[in-house]
Ligand binder design. Structure first.
Ligand code: SAH
Length: 390
């Protein structure tokens, strides 16, 4: 395996079985990488040889986004932690080997402050109570920290003093947001939010580009490996300088912005989430890029429309969610026939299905497959695939 040392997994995690988040924790890191390599090979090697997975040098505390649910026990003790996989049972934890350590410390501090501010926790059965979740995001490159308090009701009488108290303990918190989620739902964040302190967002730097991150927009959770992932994607794309590039499922525009900065002639991004698109537009401006535009909408619809216009993209990046892409997208992509397609996926199963679609009529050939370990100790594995027009 390239680029990795032998790490003995921390079998000492007290909630390994209860939590279920780190499915591979019983294996050494080297064994985890071997397992992931085999999984990818099983699904994808029929398309092309799979390159050796790129693991992390230090596969701990890599998560820049940490979320904790809050509850009060029958004995009146407040606990915070993670939901046991597939249940609504909260496993109380103070720290986790995958999570950012500052974020974990902030969550514990919030929990300890609650009684003195008479802040209650939300009860999922009765729908009553105040604090539901705490979300912390940290820019690893900038050290800016965002604290989001998700509450069941909007009224927060002690907010000014609470903000003061938590900032006193953690001066690195640059913004605090109250997100109100009054609904009986599995979604963590609600629709309404109020900035209690700072700008309401944080910034981070990836591949030399600056990105704004809002409470709700998607941002890769392992920034160290995201740079590896994006550099691989750029390497596969081989941009020369004057290509028309599409960044589909673009989130806050990270891949397109890195491409635009490195030489792409013109970049167009498309994304469904409106908050993320707004961030993408701001990100393009703050990186002083004029050769990039973003559209809000379904990527399949967008591809269908572009395929029926005169526009002829040279390179298409696609980075869909776990469910993979859809037929509308893929059939339009084949019709559009860009020279190069770079497909980034966090789910090799749906990726195998989509690669089958792209190659079964010999429209495209898979040239390279690079797995990257974005989520050490979990069973997830990310892949970057290069496809070329036949
Ligand atoms: N490329 C980005 C985001 C990848 S995550 C990055 O590297 O950070 C996948 C993104 O696809 C999410 O932002 C999600 O909101 C978006 N998405 C999901 N379904 C979509 C659809 N049908 N059309 C466009 N975007 C979609």
């Amino acid at each position: 395996m390239s680029n990795t040392k032998e790490h003995i997994s921390n079998g000492s995690c007290p909630v390994y079985k209860k939590c279920g988040g780190c499915q591979l924790q019983n294996l050494t890191y080297k064994q985890q990488l071997e397992l992931k390599q085999k999984k990818v090979e099983k699904l994808l090697k029929k398309f092309c040889k799979v390159m050796p997975i790129i693991g992390m040098e230090t596969p701990y505390h890599y998560r820049n986004k940490v979320q904790a649910a809050f509850r009060t026990t029958k004995q009146g003790k407040i606990i915070s932690g993670v939901y046991q996989s597939g249940t609504h049972h909260i496993v109380g934890i103070d720290s986790c080997q995958t999570e950012d350590e500052t974020a974990d410390r902030i969550i514990v501090a919030v929990r300890k402050l609650l009684p003195s501010f008479k802040m209650t926790t939300y009860n999922e059965d009765t729908g009553k109570g105040f604090l539901r979740h705490v979300l912390v995001k940290r820019g690893f490159a900038t050290n800016e920290v965002m604290l989001v308090l998700v509450t069941g009701t909007p009224v927060f009488p002690s907010k000014n003093n609470f903000v003061k108290a938590i900032r006193k303990q953690f001066p690195q918190i640059t913004t605090i947001v109250q997100n109100v989620n009054p609904y009986r739902t599995n979604l963590v964040l609600g629709d309404n939010q109020k900035v209690l302190y700072g700008k309401g967002y944080i910034e981070d730097i990836l591949c030399g580009c600056k990105f704004r991150i809002s409470p709700k927009s998607f941002y890769q959770i392992n920034p160290v490996q995201t740079e590896v992932l994006y550099n691989t994607a750029m390497d596969f794309a081989q941009l020369k300088g004057n290509e028309v590039v599409l960044d589909t499922y673009c989130g806050i525009g990270t891949i397109g912005i890195v491409a635009a900065k490195r030489s792409a002639g013109r970049v167009i991004g498309v994304e469904l989430n409106g908050d993320a698109v707004r961030d993408a537009i701001v990100n393009a401006k703050s990186n002083e890029l004029k050769n990039i535009r973003f559209f809000k909408g379904d990527a399949g619809e967008f591809m269908y429309e572009v395929a029926n216009e005169d526009e002829k993209p040279d390179v298409v990046f696609m980075d869909p969610p776990r469910a993979g892409s859809d037929e509308k997208f893929l059939s339009s992509l084949i019709k559009m026939s860009p020279k190069t397609v770079v497909y980034i996926s966090c789910n090799p199963e749906t990726m195998a299905r989509d690669l089958e679609y792209m190659t079964h009529n010999n429209d495209y050939k898979v040239q390279k497959i690079q797995p990257v370990d974005m989520f050490p100790h979990t069973a997830h594995v990310e892949c970057v695939v290069l496809m070329s027009k036949k």
